[in-house]
Ligand binder design. Structure first.
Ligand SMILES: Cc1ncc(COP(=O)(O)O)c(C=O)c1O
Length: 480
């Protein structure tokens, strides 16, 4: 990148300084759009010829100052993004550490920031946006239904809920479903169902039921969900926790067998641990768990909130092992990337343990949610997103392995749920995510070493190949 030295009075050092500053910045962009969108300080116009060479920093703004005895000049290109970042940091709780990018629009696999930069979304809102952003059919259903009837509570029947539940039960091979909103509410519902089953069907003494969970799990953020967690940060100073959970190692069949006792109600497991680091158990693990649960009259609860709905190349990830759990929990992509929709699905005799007034949610199963949920399931099937997830996942997985980057310790996953483990000698996963952002790919680390790669299931070959190439270039840049 060169800066033309056609501006007479400035010293060569100034131009070197300017050039260096521009070298530090990293993404090319359209100069016209930049000026349309950004506010530039009053004396910056002089430097307009140079901006054409500028590659703005990841914050979308460039702060150039030449001082130290030369002519003192400040060029400030202030991004709109800072205002929003500061606003969130000032008025919002700081319970997330977002990458410094402010998004304003999404379409398909891509999102745009407030400065007009386009990114490939390889995170899909932790798999909630499997259908891509603003899927036209889903947006159309949402518009139509919200103009007709959105929320009436479950005090009344609506014409939307039955078709949605019927479709979901059919696809998940379950008898009945209980609708909630977020994933963790559906998990909570599953825990309640399992405990009630333990007391009323299995005959466990009151308040003695135990539920086995796996270390490294992620089932959400309520007190019950963090009571199941082994992650210190998720639990610190949130106690006391409800009792009745027993932790075992993930992917350890013997540990499950050993942990079961007469008071065991259920075993809760993610077919692939997502937040825990995209941990893929050996083939046959879930099937072995199912057998152990059956033999011991223990319910198998699969948390498919992240792995379900085609994310791993099957409708449910449990299908890779041909498993048919007692309870399945779905969320995230069930809302088509537009709305929170979750379900606990189970066999009739389990769901029927709930009687009117036992459990519920004002918004759960509302007609808007039901209409979107049904449309999300239909799109998944009609547009063959599950098959695409399998094919594109295979391609992406293979492509990432073939990069043979010294920074990549392992690439693992199924379908389009992929974890790229960064060698602990290299940069941390957050740094990799920040660099990927500069190169136009958005994703998020999970723990210190794993970069999560989970694009919308609509992604096509060309975009997958671009992503592989760009990830390769980014990693190369980190080793050079
Ligand atoms: C496997 C799993 N279970 C439960 C949850 C919680 O879902 P929600 O954030 O919608 O409450 C998540 C969210 O990441 C998840 O990945």
């Amino acid at each position: 990148m060169r800066v033309a030295q056609n501006s007479d009075q400035r010293s060569p050092e100034f131009f070197r300084f300017l050039e260096q500053s521009l070298q530090l910045a990293s993404r090319a962009r359209d100069i016209q759009r930049l000026f349309d969108r950004l506010s530039i300080s009053h004396d910056a116009s002089f430097y307009v010829p140079f901006i054409g060479f500028a590659k703005p920093s990841r914050f979308g703004h460039l702060h150039l100052a030449a001082g130290q005895g030369y002519i003192i000049v400040t060029l400030v290109i202030e991004s709109l993004m800072n205002k929003f970042i500061e606003g969130e940091n000032t008025f919002g709780a700081r319970n997330y550490a977002p990458l410094p990018v402010v998004l304003t629009r999404g379409e398909g696999c891509h999102v745009w920031d407030t400065d007009g930069n386009r990114y490939l979304d390889m995170m899909s809102a932790y798999s909630a946006v499997s259908h891509g952003h603003a899927h036209p059919k889903l947006v159309q259903v949402m518009r139509a239904q919200s103009g007709r009837l959105s929320v009436v509570s479950r005090a009344f029947y609506t014409d939307q809920l039955a078709p949605f539940l019927e479709k979901a039960c059919g696809l998940a091979r379950m008898d009945r479903a209980l609708p909630m909103n977020t994933g963790v509410e559906a998990i909570e519902t599953a825990l309640k169902a399992a405990r009630r089953w333990a007391y009323e069907v299995k005959g466990i003494a009151d308040d003695a039921a135990e539920i086995i969970v796996c270390r490294g799990n992620f089932h959400g953020r309520t007190i019950a969900a963090v009571a199941m967690s082994s992650e210190t940060q998720y639990r610190r100073h949130f106690g006391p926790f409800p009792p009745g959970f027993r932790s075992i190692d993930y992917a350890d069949v013997q540990a499950l067998e050993a942990a079961i006792n007469p008071n065991t109600a259920a075993f809760v497991v993610e077919p692939i641990q997502g937040e825990g680091g995209i941990n893929v158990p050996p083939n046959g693990y879930l099937a072995a768990c199912e057998t152990i649960c059956r033999n011991n009259n223990v319910l198998l609860i699969c948390d498919e909130i992240q792995t379900g709905l085609g994310r791993t190349g099957k409708f449910l990830a449990g299908e890779h092992d041909d498993v048919h759990p007692d309870i399945v929990v779905l969320g995230k992509a069930l809302g088509g990337g537009l709305y929170p929709v979750s379900l606990m699905l189970a066999r009739r005799e389990i769901v029927d343990l709930f009687e009117p007034g036992d459990h519920g949610s004002t918004f759960g199963g509302n007609p808007l949610a039901a209409a979107i949920g049904l449309a999300a399931l239909n799109v998944l099937i009609d547009e063959k997103l599950i098959e695409n997830s399998e094919a594109m996942g295979r391609r992406l997985n293979k492509g990432l392995r073939e990069l043979a980057s010294p920074l990549i310790k392992e690439v693992r996953g199924k379908g389009l749920l992929i974890g790229m483990e960064i060698d602990s000698q290299g940069p941390d996963a957050r740094t990799v995510c920040e660099r990927l952002m500069e190169h136009g790919i958005l994703t998020k680390e999970t723990h210190e070493t794993v970069v999560r790669i989970a694009p919308p299931l609509i992604i096509d070959r060309g975009t997958v190949d671009w992503a592989i190439e760009t990830i390769g270039k980014t990693l190369k840049g980190l080793t050079d």
